[in-house]
Design a binder for this molecule. Structure first.
Ligand SMILES: Cc1cc2nc3c(=O)[nH]c(=O)nc-3n(C[C@H](O)[C@H](O)[C@H](O)COP(=O)(O)OP(=O)(O)OC[C@H]3O[C@@H](n4cnc5c(N)ncnc54)[C@H](O)[C@@H]3O)c2cc1C
Length: 375
């Protein structure tokens, strides 16, 4: 192994860790740089569609992720006020058989822990905030906030919605705030006082919604996330605390199941929902963008992380197929293979109609990024 990484990944989030794990399996020399000094268990849930679970399978962590997840029997879409069933997607064993992988609901912290375990500890450097990059012939230089400078043959920017690398390469245009916020909360189900909920339900209002699900097979932890209008709010952080009364007021008049969940919730966090217009180019020189750094999307299809994972799978295959010495081919095949699908999902997610009525889900969940032809 050389002393310098051949592939540097910035961001140990979902996409960065997935790529690191897949590259590790292909015996590439990878180092991941993460700005956070340590990994915290952020209180939020995450849905992993079968297209994402297939990637977990290739990382060798499907079983452990499944062990800490709930496998919902269905995804129900209900009228927010009356509770009328608008549409239902059968999940559980039938969906696993149909799509070739299960649909999982779990704590984001459990997913992140499992992804981290797929990467050797000495490949992840925490407390490293990238502040700029420089092109140096056939190398790329990474400059960190603490003064450390590293070099690599390739830099993969998996540094999320507010990607600094993207800003540097493609001009600093801020993410587009949708004028809506996601309140979210994780809390013990015992606070519901015996109320039994559906496995996974999206309650649709006229201009707002709430998604509620159990986070594990024990059904002892519950999660909700909303989208409600709020033209003022722009602070975009996982950790910004909100006021539970604010979300209760925003969803006043919703079905009693929703009101009971909101009444039981001890605290909420608030997240500004933003996305971006698609990028014409996903790479520049020796730098390649991945996940939210490249195509951030609203959370309405629960596909942002899944698309970051599909990116990682396709990019790992491109590195394997063309090698580090043919970077133009790697970058071109990666973008061509991924762009149409990621952009379509980005646009569909923005419209927020997924599953509200009968929806063909096969193209989304049946997709296998490990075998889709490289274009
Ligand atoms: C409310 C909500 C609910 C969601 N629910 C789902 C869901 O159910 N299913 C789903 O698939 N997706 C969901 N998503 C989307 C998903 O969270 C993101 O799409 C996904 O995390 C993107 O992965 P990523 O690796 O690109 O970025 P991230 O996971 O955000 O990781 C980026 C990493 O880069 C690090 N970083 C940033 N800047 C620097 C720097 N300068 N130097 C070093 N490190 C840096 C960050 O600290 C972070 O660790 C949801 C999103 C929201 C807002």
């Amino acid at each position: 192994m050389t002393s310098q990484p051949r592939i540097a990944i910035v961001g140990a989030g979902i996409g960065g860790l997935t790529l690191a794990g897949l590259m590790e399996k292909r015996a590439f020399n990878v180092t991941v740089y993460e700005q956070a000094p340590a990994f915290e268990r952020v209180g939020t849930g995450i849905q992993m569609g079968p297209n994402a679970v297939r990637v977990l399978r290739h990382l060798g962590i499907e079983a452990e992720v499944r062990d800490c997840a709930a496998i919902p029997r269905h995804w129900r879409n209900r009228d927010g006020t009356t509770g009328e069933l608008l549409n239902e997607l059968q999940l559980g064993a039938a969906a696993e058989h149909h799509f070739g992988a299960p649909y999982l609901l779990l704590h984001r912290g459990d997913l992140h822990d499992a992804l981290r375990r797929a990467v050797p500890v000495d490949r992840i450097r925490t407390g490293r905030t990238l502040i700029s990059t420089q092109r140096l012939g056939d190398r790329v230089r990474l400059i960190f906030a603490d003064g450390v400078v590293e070099e690599a043959d390739v830099l993969v920017a998996a540094d999320g919605l507010r990607s600094r690398v993207r800003a540097q390469l493609f001009a600093e245009l801020p993410p587009v705030y949708t004028g809506r916020v996601a309140f979210r909360s994780v809390f013990p189900a015992e606070r519901l006082g015996g109320l039994e909920l559906d496995d996974n339900t999206k309650w649709w209002g006229e201009d707002r919604h709430i998604v509620i699900y159990y986070l594990n097979a024990r059904r002892d932890e519950i999660y909700f996330t909303t989208s409600v209008p709020d033209p003022q709010w722009t602070d975009e952080s996982w950790s910004a605390l909100g006021d539970p009364d604010e979300v209760r007021a925003a969803l006043d008049g919703f079905h009693p199941h929703v009101s009971q969940v909101l009444a039981a919730c001890p605290e909420v966090h608030k997240w500004a929902i933003a996305d971006r217009v698609p990028l014409p180019r996903w790479s520049e020189g020796r730098v390649i963008l991945l996940g939210d750094a490249c195509h951030p999307m609203t959370p309405y299809m629960a596909q942002g992380a899944a698309q970051a994972m599909e990116d990682a799978m396709v990019l790992a295959r491109c590195f394997e197929a063309f090698g580090l010495d043919d970077l133009p081919h790697v970058a071109t095949a990666y973008q061509r293979t991924r762009e149409a699908r990621a952009s379509e999902i980005q646009a569909l997610s923005h419209r927020n109609q997924w599953m509200r009525s009968a929806t063909d889900a096969d193209w989304l969940y049946g997709y296998d990024s490990s075998s889709a032809p490289l274009i």
